[in-house]
Design a protein around this ligand. Structure first.
Ligand code: HEM
Length: 604
């Protein structure tokens, strides 16, 4: 006791010192910029931080993220959600560029994987290291130029023609859900080409996948999800079971198909017509995955992840594109004009060449049994239809199919704006908000203005950026060359020549061209760096064929049959809640005339 009295003040001083050292070192390891804590976003509460915000509907959450970027510009702000690691919300493209270039330092981490594991397991979206590399390589092989050509020349025209027939059969009837129409096209495409399976948008699997995607997304908004799912998670568990069973079925059927496909390919190698071309590549993704990964469970995860990445994003992007188009008739008129000009130009070029007579719209090599589209949709390429491409990108800007991204720092690091992040910090960026930044997009950032992606051919300030993009594309094509045999190369050459004719025709008549004009860090819709989306060209090709076909060449007119604003339902991507109901009206009933072969002339 005497000792305590005698040395008490030393003990007290030592305790205070220890607390101070701890506090200083803790503060050094906390998120800061220039030694100070970051500012908080609007409506941050004591103790609860932003926790309640994340419990709101995702639509309200988008609005909140948008307010944050409006208030803070490019400034990085703090995010506090009780029970979660400390986080930041980034807006500055410099920071995002750093994230894209620092693959390995910023990964999905435990934070994302714990929530998405049930659905995606070891699929490419969750995978790192060798497992990621192998899946990416298999995906790149599947998405090579030759396969994309089969997609645009054989598979898509076939499924698109079926969609057009469906729309026509609904003229004057109850509204059709356009989202379902697009989902059906992308589901059939991915099912056949990637897995050699017949799949449909209303399969049990698709419904369960949508449910599981919504429940997985909720895990990112509700920190108490494990408790919630303990009591109310039976639907999620059932959905995951159905999805996983389906993944296993894809693999089983791929293993069974392996030899059959090989012999089919050998038999038809010398005389590939439309159908056999499609047969030759059908299932090529799953076969590459099987070869690369071996383990059937991992292959099943990979297959399901690719399916979600390929079909949902593209189908939803098309749905929002039409949502915007149906509210902007002047954009529809411009697409009609662009298509009409292209068809006239093509007809004139054909007449000039004095080819053996064939219809204005030469048929693609589709199967004899497949319903043939009356306008050749293979003419509709991004190079030939810059305005249509710009409309698609403007829709992607305003309604990005992947609206949020989350990464976790795997080591202490400092962002280019000086924000220090200790290991395990969570980084969030909201594409929805970044794509509406006035700093990046100008004062009309909220408006639908596809012209922002068009530049004049004769060169203006953005010409350099156009060239940069073209070089990138060249590089990708060179890589693909390694995988193609001579025959395919020859076909590609012919195809390229055809594209060049179309593009040249386009150039002769237009003074504008599509220009992205933004870096991936400014416009992160397809992500960036080593993990950039593999399916960008596929998505572009599908969109630029689907939009003019449904809007112009189908010979029907669509009218919006919804009231008020359409919103997104909870999901990892951006499905439209309740779909996009449209009435199908006979072309001409609203004053327009048909385009192309439907009315036998090219006038509108
Ligand atoms: C408009 C349509 C599309 C958009 C907006 C889009 C967007 C994205 C984004 C943002 C990512 C990064 C996701 C993440 O890691 O968190 C991504 C990755 C990916 N996308 Fe797409 N995508 C689209 C279409 C496609 C298509 C058609 C495919 C074809 C199968 C595809 C295949 C992939 C793959 C394989 C990855 C993972 C890449 C990796 O981790 O290395 N995507 N996509």
């Amino acid at each position: 006791m005497g000792l305590l009295v005698e040395y008490g003040h030393y003990i007290l001083a030592a305790a205070v010192l220890a607390i101070l050292v701890r506090a200083v070192s803790a503060s050094r390891r906390s998120i800061r910029r220039n030694g100070k804590p970051l500012r908080n976003p609007p409506d941050t509460l004591p103790l609860l931080g932003n926790g309640l915000k994340f419990l709101q509907s995702r639509w309200e959450l988008f609005g909140w993220f948008d307010r944050c970027q409006r208030q803070f510009g490019y400034e990085t702000v703090a995010l506090h959600v009780p029970t979660l690691p400390p986080g930041v919300l980034i807006h500055d493209p410099r920071n995002l560029d750093f994230v894209f270039k620092s693959e390995g330092l910023f990964t999905k981490g435990d934070f994302v994987k714990r929530r998405s594991w049930d659905l995606f397991g070891n699929g490419i979206i969750n995978a790192d290291g060798d497992l990621w590399k192998l899946q990416r390589k298999a995906g790149s092989a599947f998405l090579n130029t030759a396969n994309l050509r089969v997609l645009t020349e054989v598979a898509l025209p076939q499924y698109l023609a079926e969609a057009v027939r469906h729309l026509r059969s609904n003229v004057g009837k109850d509204p059709v859900d356009l989202q379902n129409v697009f989902h059906e096209i992308t589901t059939k495409l991915m099912g056949k080409m990637a897995y050699n399976m017949e799949m449909h948008a209303d399969d049990d699997f698709s419904k369960c996948f949508d449910y599981a995607s919504g429940a997985t997304a909720e895990r990112f908004q509700n920190p108490l999800w494990p408790i919630k799912e303990l009591f109310a998670g039976s639907e999620m568990r059932k959905s995951i079971r159905v999805v996983k069973d389906f993944g296993r079925r894809i693999v089983t059927s791929a293993v069974r198909d392996r030899n059959e496909l090989k012999s089919k390919r050998e038999k038809t190698a010398d005389s590939p017509d439309g159908d056999s071309k499609l047969d030759q590549i059908s299932g090529s993704l799953i076969q590459s995955l099987l070869e690369a990964l071996g383990d059937e469970q991992i292959v099943a995860d990979a297959a399901l992840t690719y399916l979600s990445a390929g079909r949902d994003t593209t189908g939803q992007a098309l749905t929002w594109t039409f949502y915007l188009l149906l509210q902007h008739p002047s954009a529809v008129s411009k697409i009609r004009q662009e298509v009409q000009d292209l068809l006239s130009q093509h007809a004139a070029a054909e007449a000039e060449e004095e080819d053996p007579p064939h219809p204005t719209n030469s048929s693609p090599p589709t199967s004899a049994s497949a319903p043939k589209p009356e306008v050749d949709p293979t003419l509709f390429t991004p190079a030939a239809l810059p305005y249509t491409t710009a409309v698609f990108y403007e829709a992607l800007r305003l309604f990005p199919p992947i609206p949020f991204e989350i990464r976790q720092a795997q080591a202490d690091t400092t962002l280019p704006d000086g924000t220090f992040l200790p290991k395990h910090s969570v980084l969030v960026w909201c594409l929805w908000a970044m794509h509406r930044s006035r700093l990046t997009w100008g004062p009309d950032a909220d408006e639908f203005r596809p012209e922002r992606f068009l530049t004049r051919e004769d060169g203006d300030a953005k010409e350099g950026e156009v060239v940069e993009k073209e070089e990138e594309i060249e590089e990708e094509e060179d890589d693909d060359d390694d995988d193609d045999d001579d025959k395919t190369k020859q076909e590609r050459k012919i195809g390229r020549e055809k594209e060049e004719v179309i593009a040249a025709a386009g150039r002769a008549r237009r003074t504008t061209k599509f220009t992205l004009g933004k870096s991936s860090a400014e416009f992160p819709v397809f992500y960036g760096g080593a993990r950039a989306c593999l399916g960008r060209k596929m998505a572009e090709a599908i969109a630029v064929q689907v939009i003019p076909t449904v809007l112009v060449a189908a010979g029907v007119r669509l009218e919006g049959a919804w009231e008020g604003e359409r919103r997104s339902q909870l999901s990892l991507t951006l499905p439209m809640e309740g779909g996009l109901p449209v009435r199908v009206v006979r072309m001409g009933d609203g004053g327009e005339k048909k385009v192309g072969a439907h009315d036998g002339n090219d006038s509108s």
